[in-house]
Ligand binder design. Structure first.
Ligand code: SF4
Ligand code: SF4
Ligand code: SF4
Length: 300
């Protein structure tokens, strides 16, 4: 791991929030392998929608501005030029809030599970990293991500997948706070460890009755995420564009399906036979499309 997390946490206590120090570690935290991972808590009740985080992220990553006025650029979704964005979610004339989108740096990331060449990796510090030199552009990660975070450089001759990198090279490696969290004038994005920020989130809910939706999004969804959210009371997370997920990570679900197949005695040989037949049929079809030189002809 590139970052010395122990020393970072020691000297970064002020950033994380001194009010949280001095608590004893709970059993749940002691058993949580992700408790000390880097994390961010987004509090929608504090966000004023200034989009400073969005703009600062672009500047720091030297991504091109697409609008004529960079300060008022308003993309409607994540794309290759925007690793994070702030969305206005309105229920009525008077009821609205702002919510941030980005990669959530899942504890058990689907992008890592499905990538056939290990271009995505979950680092020991919690960051989900992407290596463009390994990527073959299959875009399985895009399909598999429960939060629609990875995007693709459609307009590039050498396209790569793009997503929030947690400022790992710009900030974390120097023991600094990620750009979006450091720039926010309202401290609506807080950086720390997952354990500390979960304590903080529950403390805010407890200390401010009626202010918050009492659920912390990302605490348990698909096995938990490093980027987590607090929403205002009266808003569900689905209304804010975050789908309802169970606690089981998709990778684990696949395992359970496979185990189910064996449990109900579908003989493996039947499965492999079916796969073999499919491969043979496909191979035959392709060979019909090729001449002796191996050149592929278009079907007419
Ligand atoms: S949000 Fe998507 S891209 Fe980010 S770690 Fe999770 S699965 Fe991967
Ligand atoms: S952590 Fe860095 S890369 Fe990710 S959204 Fe914030 S500023 Fe952008
Ligand atoms: S910088 Fe802070 S207040 Fe401004 S949009 Fe981002 S999260 Fe909201």
């Amino acid at each position: 791991m590139a970052v010395d997390r122990r020393s970072f946490l020691k000297f970064g206590a002020a950033t994380v929030g001194v009010s949280l120090l001095g608590f004893n570690e709970t059993n749940a935290e002691a058993n949580d392998e992700f408790a000390d991972n880097y994390a961010m808590l987004n509090d929608s009740t504090l966000c004023i929608g200034c989009r400073g985080c969005q703009s600062a992220c672009k500047e720091a990553h030297e991504l091109p501005h697409t609008g004529h006025d960079k300060r008022y650029e308003m993309p409607t979704d994540l794309n290759a030029q925007n690793l994070t964005l702030i969305q206005l979610q309105r229920k009525s004339e008077d009821e609205y809030t702002f919510i941030r989108r980005s990669c959530l740096h899942c504890n058990v990331p689907s992008c890592v599970s499905v990538c056939p060449v290990a271009a995505f990796t979950k680092r020991a510090d919690g960051v989900v990293a992407y290596d463009k030199d390994k990527c073959i552009g299959c875009r399985y990660c895009q399909v598999a991500c429960p939060f629609d975070a990875p995007t693709f450089e459609y307009n590039s001759a050498t396209p790569v997948v793009v997503k929030c990198d947690f400022c790992k090279d710009l900030r974390l490696k120097n023991n600094e706070t990620p750009v979006c969290a450091s720039i926010c004038p309202r401290k609506a994005i807080k950086f720390g460890t997952r354990k500390e920020l979960l304590r903080e989130a529950h403390k805010r809910i407890k200390d401010n009755p009626g202010r918050y939706n009492t659920h912390v999004y990302g605490e348990t969804e698909i096995g938990g995420t490093s980027v987590m959210f607090l929403a205002p009371a009266g808003f569900t997370f689905e209304e804010l564009g975050y789908r309802k997920w169970g606690e089981t990570p998709p990778g684990q679900m696949q395992e359970e399906i496979q185990h189910g197949i064996f449990k109900y005695w579908i003989p493996p040989v039947a499965l492999y036979g079916a796969l073999g037949l499919a491969a043979y049929t496909l191979g035959k079809k392709n060979s019909n499309k090729s001449d002796d030189s191996g050149e592929v002809k278009n079907e007419s």
